[in-house]
Design a protein around this ligand. Sequence first.
Ligand code: SAH
Ligand code: SF4
Ligand code: F3S
Length: 456
Amino acid sequence: MKPYKKTAYINTIGCQMNVYDSEKLAGILAAYGYEISHEMDSADIVVCNTCSIRHKAEEKAFSFLGKFAREKKKRPHLILVMAGCVAQQEGEKAFVRVPHLDIVLGTQAFARFGQHLDAVKSGKQKIVDIEKSDCIFEALPDEAVMDGSRISKFITIMQGCDNYCTYCVVPYVRGRERSRSHNAIVDEIKILANSGIREITLLGQNVNSYGVKEEGISFPQLLEKVSQIEGIARIRFATSHPKDLSMELIHAIRDIDKVCNHLHLPVQSGSNAILRRMNRGYTRETYISRIVDLKKACPGIALSSDIIVGFPGETPEDFNDTMELLKTIEFDSIFAFAYSDRSSAPAAKFSDQVDEQEKMSRLNRLLDFQDLLAEKKNKALIGKVLEVLVEGESQKLHDGFIKTSDQMRQMTGRSASNKVVHFPSESCATGDLVKVRIENAYPHSLWGLTLGAENQ
Ligand code: SAH
Ligand code: SF4
Ligand code: F3S
């Protein structure tokens, strides 16, 4: 009989940084003898890595953890952990809504997770660690927790944020901006490349200011270093702040082959009055001129953005400015959100809050409009050949697929421009780079046929 191994279940809510952080938590748990499991009902430890960017994300965390009250009574040895941004924000207060929690692990306490686990095991209850830490928690990728089917990984290169946009909790829950050393980043990516990872996404709240405080190498120089790592075929990064987008970075996108021809550049609003109230540090005009520079230097570059609708004081005219901006720029994709009031962020105290129903109606109009724009942009790709990094078998069936070859496996991957591309293929494998001729286009994906022998 197999010896009983304790298991751990991790639920990750929130941004790509949380995905990265959860892997680090998984590494610590593996070192403590836990096997990472997809079964939460039988797990010996359950961790929820939380996000507080919007009210809904925060509620998701509380509702997930709240559900374990009964389980905890049945199995008192179950260890329940709230980690990440809500943990940092709430501290002791987390116990009011989730009294059965064992550990509240703030965003800068991850390096101390192991020691808190030991303390719980020796009988300590209700541990809260929301202490600040000057150094960044560094842990190398752990083979024991690597998902072998993945070919793409996120790497956090900097933590925190110094920009203080008035709607945003990040500076309060993630602390001041700090950059990791380039050597540590390169070493980590080398390990990932050796284990078969082909694409990496470098993460920071504002990658343009990477290394500035530390007087280290610049972000474009880091891209150059990372591009020299053998085995890595594609480099992506997020997020760039429009106010700090430099010509040096634009040239790095143009000149470094492995850096994908795509930029995520959140604009948030198309109205100057709203941008000012958001403390974004740029105007609609300077944003557009950056895009002009970018399109000139990198023809065909794909653009994506984040938009907030219904920010306090947003009039129908301000909202219309945002719609107009979408038309002017023609983003390939956007993430759009209804403004969510966060009590720790300054905008919570602003007057002229927009009515919830009005926010939702603006959000739906914006998303519908963007779908039309994106579909038009994607349709222009029909007949073109894109290089696709294969991510695996497609979960969804596409109409084109059913029509042409219902016998074949349907695969999915992404183009360098970050478009999701589905295509039938029996021969290609996860991690392959294949050429696909686009046959059909939708607002959020493309469908095509490989140029390999099988489809000719
Ligand atoms: N550092 C990045 C984004 C971080 S948060 C940047 O500067 O763009 C990701 C996105 O969440 C933001 O771009 C913003 O569009 C959205 N967001 C942040 N706070 C929000 C709030 N209070 N309500 C609604 N959306 C919010
Ligand atoms: Fe938040 Fe602004 Fe920092 Fe982005 S740049 S994380 S939106 S404060
Ligand atoms: Fe959410 Fe924290 Fe990321 S608030 S968006 S998980 S930095």
